[in-house]
Design a protein around this ligand. Structure first.
Ligand code: ADP
Ligand code: HMS
Length: 566
């Protein structure tokens, strides 16, 4: 039999990345990136003057289709692989990235009647404007002693499906009414490729409070939350939930024409970006935490039993690898914090100096920051520029930098920001490790490990653990391709289980990043300081961050420049 291939599509925050992968050894034969034409929509609706409020983040559904149309032909053409030999396709996506669709499966934002209402658009994972709804949901669930809350670390996040839907219902009841269903973007894109809409168990489990045995929370719970939500799971969230690797269908004639794939090529049900990365680095057993490091960090871990860990995003049976419990936690901003600093925080002289050296600003600051030893900057930061996902689960928290003096230099702040994100990861590692879900080793994948060596060393030092690094440019896409090959099945040259796919295709570098004992010692001291600040500002002793956000919101309302629904 000739070599067989699969395609994996990774839908990130800013772009979609497509890889064409050999099923013989996981080699990425070709890859192509399509930046989303509309990017992250967080100021105003495209082509209008309709302004969005703070914490809003939307996307354009057509951008996702653009990725398929641009990048799939590009990888087929550059690899010269015969489409006959491309036996399957899988995708992974940011999540919960959700949208309302009509009876024909079309996004409401495509309709002239609704397109000027921001609530008809895709709400990106980092849309944080539903925090109020998440708070109310958490209070209600706790008062009623809802069991499900334990599976989500004690709190449901505002980033997730129910809070986002409830915000729509509250602020735009007409959009709620008009929506036939609310779906994850990952499921919607698959429906556009195959003509079949199925909900995958990964996003349903982690983002929509669905449980393999118990299903969604009870009608009683939704009734208590808001009587208008009572039937939601039978209506707007209806539909089969199927496990990862299930074949959703074959590529339609129309999509075959637009992508160059053969009609009928098997397509797997949708998956989540970070979760797809786990088998792609060869992790199929407990004790190994995978960090998908990019705009944000997602931390994924496997276990034999269901344990409850403070502030984790969720534990879902079969959620990552069938047969095991999959745990997820995360940090809502990591690369995004460095991007913010580089875009808004540095003087022009740094840009000029970087340019002269032929480096981008990140590379320049990394190089200069590498000359400092741990503790030498005298700085410490809290990494909450986009709120705290784990372990505090509070998007209303914000960033903090302490220790700045007239001598403080930009590269020192850059280093302190990296260290802060490493301390945030250490909180997550400790939360699992001390609650019966051991973390022995770390695996790094995503864009950051490829871009910043200093960052990886700091993470190894702060967590005092060895880090293994993915040997793949597009790890989630490689994982998605594995699930595409599972959808195709063994008889067509694919696989019958993800463990078999991982054994053959996973890619990890030989070289590891080891903690440096002298650094570990100093970071242990700094971590104690971080923990004090973390608890003081994050656990209610000092609510200054929330009061500041409330003041900012009132000021904005006064100026009338926040999107407010009548
Ligand atoms: N040299 C660098 N060091 C640290 N962060 C970087 C560097 N270059 C880019 N970044 C950050 O990487 C992030 C993008 O990560 P990537 O994994 O490529 O994308 P995504 O999060 O969309 O999957 C951006 O937030 C950007 O600020
Ligand atoms: O939350 C999840 C997955 O559960 C991610 O999709 C989200 O953090 C976005 O990931 P990226 O930072 O774009 O890689």
């Amino acid at each position: 039999m000739s070599t067989k291939y699969a395609i994996g599509v990774d839908y990130g925050t800013e772009s979609g990345r497509v890889v064409l992968v050999s099923l013989a050894n996981g080699e990425e034969v070709a890859d192509h990136v399509t930046p989303y034409p509309h990017g992250v929509i967080d100021e105003r609706l495209p082509g209008t003057t309709i302004e969005l409020g703070h914490e809003w983040a939307l996307q354009h559904p057509n951008d996702y289709i653009e990725v398929l149309e641009q990048s799939i032909p590009a990888v087929i053409n550059s690899s010269r692989v015969d489409p006959e030999d491309i036996i399957g396709l899988g995708i992974d996506f940011t999540a919960c990235t959700m949208l309302p669709i009509d009876e024909n499966g079309l996004p409401l934002s495509f309709s002239d009647s609704w397109k000027n209402d921001p609530h008809s658009w895709v709400k990106l994972w980092k849309h944080h404007a539903a925090q109020d709804k998440a708070n109310q949901l958490n209070v209600m669930a706790e008062q009623r002693g809802e069991e499900f809350l334990n599976r989500y670390g004690g709190k449901i996040s505002s980033e997730w499906m129910i809070a986002k839907i409830w915000q729509i219902l509250d602020e735009a009841p007409e959009i709620y009414q008009a929506a036939d269903q609310f779906v994850e973007a990952t499921d919607w894109v698959i429906s556009q490729m195959t003509g079949t809409l199925l909900r995958n168990s990964c996003t349903a489990g982690y983002k929509s409070i669905w449980h393999k045995q118990e299903g969604y929370p009870s009608k009683d719970f939704f009734q208590a939350l808001d009587p208008r939500l009572a039937d939601i799971t039978d209506t707007k969230l209806r539909g089969d939930v199927v496990s990862l690797g299930t074949k959703a269908g074959g590529v339609t004639k129309e999509m075959a024409k637009r992508t160059g794939l053969l009609e009928g090529t098997p397509v797997a049900v949708g998956n989540v970006d970070a979760h797809a990365a786990v088998p792609a680095v060869g992790v199929t057993s407990p004790g190994k935490m995978v960090m998908a490091m990019g705009t944000s960090i997602c931390h994924l871990l496997l276990g034999d039993e269901e344990k409850h860990v403070e502030g984790m995003c969720g534990v879902v049976e079969d959620g990552i690898i069938p047969g095991l419990y999959g745990y997820e936690a995360g940090q809502s901003a990591v690369g995004d914090i460095f991007a913010w600093y580089v875009d808004y925080g540095i003087p022009p002289s740094v840009k000029g100096a970087a340019h002269e050296r032929g480096l981008n600003v990140h590379q320049y600051l990394e190089e200069k920051a590498s000359n400092y030893r741990p503790g030498e900057t005298g700085l410490l930061a809290l990494d909450w520029w986009n709120g705290n996902r784990s372990v505090l689960v509070d998007t209303e928290l914000s960033g903090l930098l302490i220790g700045a003096t007239l001598q403080t230099r930009p590269e020192e702040i850059y280093r302190a920001l990296i260290e802060a994100t490493a301390f945030g990861t250490r909180k997550i590692v400790d939360a699992f490790h001390h609650n019966g879900v051991p973390v022995e080793e770390l695996y790094a994948c995503g864009g950051l490990p490829q871009k910043n060596k200093l960052l990886l060393q700091i993470y190894a030092d702060v967590t005092n653990r060895t880090i293994k690094v993915a040997d793949s440019k597009q790890t989630p896409a490689l994982g998605a391709a594995m699930f595409g090959a599972i959808a195709a099945g063994k008889e067509r040259g694919g696989f019958d289980h993800v463990v078999a796919a991982a054994e053959q295709m996973a890619r990890i570098k030989e070289e590891t990043v080891e903690p440096i004992p002298e650094h570990v010692e100093i970071y242990e001291e700094l971590y104690k300081e971080y923990s004090t600040l973390h608890d003081y500002f994050g656990r209610g002793d000092n609510q200054v961050m929330k009061r500041l956000k409330a003041l900012r919101n009132s000021a904005d309302m006064g100026k009338g420049n926040v999107y407010v629904k009548n």
